[in-house]
Design a protein around this ligand. Sequence first.
Ligand code: KIV
Length: 257
Amino acid sequence: MPVTTQQLIQWKQQRRSIVALTAWDYAIAQILDAAGVDLILVGDTMAIVLGYETTLPITLEEMLHHAKAVRRGVKRALMVVDLPFLTYQESPQQAMYSAGRVLKETGAQAVKMEGGYPLMVETIARLVQAGIPVMGHVGLTPQSVHQLGLKQQGKTQEASERILLEAIALEQAGVFSIVLEHIPSDLALQITEKLSIPTIGIGAGVHCDGQVLVTSDVLGLSEKQPPFAKVYVNLRETITKAVQDYAVEVRERKFPE
Ligand code: KIV
C-alpha cells in the first residue's frame, strides 16, 4: 500500500518512527523504495550532486526533470519535492504555480518549502486550501545560507522560542509534517510534543517522529558531509577502486576476456 500523508500522522500517534531519505534519479529511488523507505524527498540538496556549491542555483526545471525520474522508481513511499529558492517566496500565486507544476508534471504527492512565520504561513494555508499537501521546514534552512550560514539554529532562548512559534504557525497553516534541521535535541523534543503532525529531524536529535538524511551523505558520495550526517558506506572509495580495476584491465588487455 502506498504511504499517504494521513498515514504519517497515524504513525506519529502510534510512535512508529518514520524513515525518510532524499533521491535524485530513477535507480536511487527504486533502491530506496524497495528497501522500505517511507518518505522519499527530492530535496534541493540535489544541487550538490549536480555540482553546485549551494542549493540556491537549482531551478524548478531541474527539480521537475529529476523528480520525474524519481517518480518512475517509487511505488510505495510518499514522494515529496522541494520547491527551489525563489520559486515560492515572492507570492502565494508564485508558490501555487510552482507547486501545481510539481504535482501535475511529476506525480509527486506533496511539496516542501523552507521558512516559517510570517512569510510562509499565508502561502502554505492557500496551497493547502487548494488541495496541495505541504511539508514545512524550519531551523537551519539552507536556502538562507547567506543569512544563517550552515550552523546550528535555535541555540539562544529567543531563537528557540521563535522556531517553536514558527512550527506551531506552520501546523496551523496546514502542513502535514515538518522538517526540523540542525536544532538542539531538547528544542526538537519540545516541538515534537507540542505538534500533532510528525516532525522529521535532520541533525535534531533522537526525539523527532522520524529522521531524514541526504542519501549522497549516507552513501559516502558527497565530498563533505554536515556534522550530523552518518556515512553508512563509502561509495566514493568503492567506485574509485572499481574504476581503477577496470582501467588496469583495459590497459593490460585483460578485459574483455
Ligand atoms: O534538500 C534536502 O535534501 C532537504 C533535507 C536536508 C531535509 O531539505
